[in-house]
Structure formats: structure tokens, C-alpha cells
Design a protein around this ligand. Structure first.
Ligand code: NAP
Length: 243
């Protein structure tokens, strides 16, 4: 059996491109989706035309029971999980004083708890195999903070903390844990931005354009191949944020 990967939120946007990239290099991918069953089926059929198998599985990864079902399914069917990409996430654009506890729970559970729970379910198998690669998709806002995106920034900074601490704890078991912190990437997540907003942002980006999901998927591909990078936050942002 070759390598097996779970990509959370793997049927749309950045996650879909990560699923394609890994599946095309011969990895058995289980692309998780929550609400977008149609998108998951579309990408499965797209890859089927190239004679590539993509497994899809519905789970709300902000909930422990669903996380257990997803990981249990993958383990039972394929016997192991070599790669975990914690990509599922939601944005929240609100004045700090308007945020509610419900908002906190929704954003933090989807963006941060999901990665914590997924990693906790997957790590014992990786420790047993003395091999693993966990990639958390965080954000530049976790590095520098985003105005009107406090909860999102908190969740992504938390994800980077999880990355660093887990990398230290799991390094001796040959499990690498890294974050990719994208800048502005062209997906549905930014569909609320006007053409003027996007032009303004492009002017602030040294490389002069908005990123594509492929830019993130390529880095995932590289991290999967690599053997000596762990605990790092790799920001792919066209130079928009340089820390
Ligand atoms: P997107 O197009 O809105 O896709 C979000 C994905 O997350 C969807 O596949 C969605 O699945 C999944 N998801 C959301 N809640 C979920 C849940 N509870 N359980 C399982 N899956 C869930 O956004 P994107 O731009 O591809 O974002 C992917 C990741 O990159 C996110 O973590 C985001 O924060 C991060 N990021 C994006 C940008 C950007 O500019 N686009 C920048 C920095 C970081 P369903 O549709 O099936 O619900």
C-alpha cells in the first residue's frame, strides 16, 4: 500500500487543489467534505477520468464524533494514515465588539479544535508506524493579526502554536508537523471582496497578484516529500507579509 492522506475540507478551494495534487502523485487521498457533497463528487469524477481514485467522506470536523468516524473509516479501509492536512476552515469578518460566544465557538471549533481532534485521532497510528506528516493550513492573519478578523486570527495563531508544540513532541517519533500560512488566495472564502478591494490588495502585494490554490498545493507536495522540516510556519503570500 502506498501513502494514505486525509485532507479536511478537501472538496473545494485550496483543499480541492491539495487533494488533486496528492492524488496525482499516487497518494490515496480521502477528501473530507462537510456540506459540499456535489463538489466532492465532481472532483472524484474529474480524477476518475485520469484513472485516479479519490475517496470522499462526509464529516463535520468541528465535532469529535465525526472526526472519529472519518479517521476510523480511513484506518479500517487503508490500515494507516501517513499524511494529515488540516485545511477545513471558515472566515469571520466582524467588529470585535459584535462577536458573540456562538461566533467564538463556531470559528474556534472549525479552525482550531478540528485540527486538535483530527491530530489526536491520527497520531497514535503515526507513532506506531514511526512516520507521519501533519500540515496545518493557517493564515497570515495568525502571524500578524487581521483587523475585523479577531476570531479568525486567534484560531490561526492557535493552529501555529499547535504546530510548533506538536513538532517538538512528535519529532522523536519521526512525525513532522508544519503550518502553511497563505496570504490572499483566490477561493470562495474571498467571494465577499469587491473588485476594488481586490485591486487595492494586489497593489499591496510585491508580486502583484492574488495567489492560486495551486500555490498552496505545491507547498503541501513539497512538505510531503521533505524529511527534515518540522515546526515551521511557511507563509506563501506573494511578499504581502514578510516577518
Ligand atoms: P473555502 O473555499 O471557503 O473552503 C473551505 C473548506 O472548508 C470547504 O471545503 C469546506 O467544506 C471546509 N469546511 C468548513 N467547515 C468545515 C467543517 N466543519 N467540517 C469539514 N469541512 C469544513 O476556503 P479556502 O480558501 O479553500 O480555505 C481553505 C483553508 O485555507 C482554510 O483553513 C482557510 O482559513 C485557509 N486560508 C485561506 C485563505 C484564502 O485567501 N482563501 C487565506 C489564508 C488561509 P464544505 O464546503 O463541504 O462545508
Amino acid at each position: 500500500m502506498g501513502k494514505v492522506a486525509i485532507v479536511t475540507g478537501g472538496s473545494r478551494g485550496i483543499g480541492a487543489e491539495i487533494s488533486r495534487e496528492l492524488a496525482r502523485k499516487g497518494i490515496q487521498v480521502i477528501a473530507n467534505y462537510n456540506k459540499s457533497e456535489g463538489c466532492a463528487k465532481d472532483i472524484k469524477s474529474e480524477l476518475e477520468k485520469e484513472s485516479i481514485d479519490l475517496d470522499i467522506f462526509q464529516a463535520d470536523v468541528s465535532k469529535r464524533d465525526d472526526v472519529k468516524k472519518l479517521v476510523g473509516y480511513a484506518q479500517e479501509k487503508y490500515g494507516k494514515i501517513d499524511i494529515l492536512v488540516n485545511n477545513a476552515g471558515i472566515s469571520e469578518y466582524k467588529l470585535f465588539t459584535d462577536e458573540t460566544d456562538e461566533d467564538w465557538n463556531r470559528v474556534l471549533n472549525t479552525n482550531l479544535y478540528s485540527a486538535y481532534a483530527m491530530s489526536q485521532e491520527v497520531v497514535p497510528g503515526m507513532v506506531h508506524n514511526k512516520s507521519g506528516c501533519i500540515i496545518n493550513i493557517s493564515s497570515i492573519w495568525g502571524l500578524v493579526g487581521g483587523s475585523l478578523e479577531v476570531l479568525y486570527s486567534v484560531s490561526k495563531a492557535g493552529l501555529d502554536g499547535l504546530t510548533k508544540a506538536l513538532a517538538k513532541e512528535l519529532g522523536p517519533s519521526n512525525i513532522r508537523v508544519n503550518s502553511i500560512a497563505p496570504g490572499m488566495i483566490d477561493t470562495q472564502m474571498n467571494a465577499n471582496l469587491s473588485v476594488q478591494d481586490l485591486e487595492h490588495i494586489k497593489e499591496e502585494i510585491p508580486l502583484g497578484n492574488i495567489g492560486k490554490p495551486k500555490d498552496i498545493a505545491r507547498c503541501v507536495n513539497w512538505l510531503v516529500e521533505d524529511e527534515y522540516t518540522t515546526g515551521q510556519i511557511i507563509s506563501i503570500n506573494g511578499g504581502w507579509v514578510i516577518t
